[in-house]
Design a protein around this ligand. Structure first.
Ligand code: NZQ
Ligand code: ZN
Length: 391
């Protein structure tokens, strides 16, 4: 098992009515002049915006707004947030929304305390050394941004996705009210479930199998997602299903898995999925559902020494009883594909609007900074093979 430091610095206020803790939380961390960052307006139509403003007004908290943060947030939204933060002499950030609003807010938090171009920090050319304090009010479960140290920002004409990562970017606290996710459209709810699963699978399906505590926890959280996503298809206002999916989102990237005895390394499915979003703005969770089965099939083919691990995944998560490892592993993939289909994810990249002629470009971009493999090398040629299998 790898060495690790276990420290999750984000306080979670979980459950109905927890927004009541917002103002006190802001003040606890010295906030009085707040940048309120949010997306395209869903929080206005479902009442969350008004509820947040009420909290500010009761506590006498001054605020300025950055609205209209786009999905797969572009760096231009980050620049705008930094400008507003600095010009108004603000001292705290509250992000309300899904991963896009939260991620933009994290990059703003880093850029607000940096004198140069925030792209230096986003690209990793310069390390983050300071950040404005940030809290989140989560309205869509999936990315884990509410509990982790990362943010994903889209940059430039090619829409390349960069991850800005630093423990200083962990929210000081996050308000997690499952009722706030009732209005998320089914399509996005299910894409969020796919994202949670991918975070869990990309940490579980790694060579270091001796991190048993992480792996057993991981299997449990995966089962929660497999069990509860279909409940939300039936009833989007099933509180317990919303609550379990929301907490699964937070737990999947909070550090229990990848920081607790597993090697920290590439997330190949995410790297390949991000290129699909870059190409045509595809929803993040959908890209992962498209790539994951192909990536597992490919890995089984080129790195058969990991077959027992895939068989364990099939048995412990899906209850497969087959004793032959190869057969069990394949049955696990079929179960996974069946799940994606049941929750309405497209199963082929071709059906999702990707042209066959674009696959080589995708493979080139996914590996432009080097090999993205975990169990087997994935350079351009291998990435092309996986994209082709998924197409
Ligand atoms: O913009 P608004 O109007 O708020 O609408 C959003 C958006 O259109 C809507 N929505 C959110 N909450 C809602 C709601 N609609 C109705 N009711 C609500 N309660 O949902 C749409 C999608 O929102 P978005 O924030 O884009 O989705 P998601 O949470 O999936 O975030 C995706 C982004 O997160 C990044 C992805 O790459 C992508 O850019 N990721 C961030 C990670 C992290 N920080 O650790 C890890 C992930 O792997 C991922 O890469
Ligand atoms: Zn993800």
């Amino acid at each position: 098992m790898e060495n690790f430091i276990f420290n999750i610095p984000t306080k979670a206020f979980f459950g109905k009515g927890q927004l009541d803790n917002l103002a006190a939380g802001i003040k606890e961390f010295g906030g009085s002049r707040v940048l309120l960052a949010y997306g395209g307006g869903s929080i206005k139509s479902n009442g969350i915006y008004q509820a947040v403003l009420e909290q500010f007004s009761k506590a006498g908290i001054f605020h300025v707004e950055l609205s209209g943060i786009k999905p797969n947030p572009p760096i231009e939204d980050v620049y705008e947030g930094i400008r507003i933060y600095k010009e108004n002499n603000l001292n705290f950030i509250v992000a309300v929304g899904g991963g896009s609003a939260l991620d933009a807010a994290k990059a703003i938090a880093a850029g607000a305390k940096y004198d140069g171009d925030v792209f230096d920090l986003i690209s990793g050319k310069v390390a983050v050394t300071n950040a404005a304090p940030l809290a989140t009010v989560l309205t869509m479960a999936g990315t884990g941004s509410e509990m982790d140290m990362g943010g994903v920002i889209t940059v430039g004409e090619e829409h390349k996705k960069y991850a800005i990562l630093h423990p200083l970017l962990n929210p000081k606290f996050s308000i997690l009210d499952p009722e706030y996710t009732y209005t998320v459209p089914t399509h996005h709810t299910m894409a969020g479930c796919s994202d949670i699963l991918s975070h869990l699978m990309e940490q579980y399906l790694r060579p270091d199998e001796d991190a048993e505590v992480s792996d057993r926890m991981n299997e449990g959280v995966m089962k929660v997602v497999f069990d509860n996503a279909p409940k939300l298809l039936q009833n989007p206002q099933d509180y317990n299903a919303r609550a379990n999916i929301m907490w699964a989102s937070s737990m999947a990237l909070a550090g229990f898995q990848f920081m607790s005895g597993k090697k920290f390394g590439a997330f190949p499915v995410h790297a390949m999925g991000h290129e699909l979003s870059s190409l045509n703005d595809m929803t993040h969770g959908i890209t992962l559902a498209l790539i994951t089965p192909a990536w597992i099939r490919y890995t089984l083919k080129v790195a058969p020494q990991y077959t027992p691990m895939f068989a364990r995944f099939a048995r412990n998560v899906f209850g497969v009883t087959e004793t032959d490892d190869t057969k069990a592993a394949l049955m696990g993939i079929e179960q996974l594909e069946g799940f994606y289909q049941a929750i309405g994810m497209p199963s082929r990249m071709g059906d999702a609007g990707v042209e066959e002629s674009q696959l080589e470009y995708l493979a080139e971009k996914a590996t432009e900074f080097g090999d993205i493999g975990t169990m087997s090398p994935i350079n351009k040629a291998e990435a092309l093979e996986i994209y082709t299998m998924a197409w």
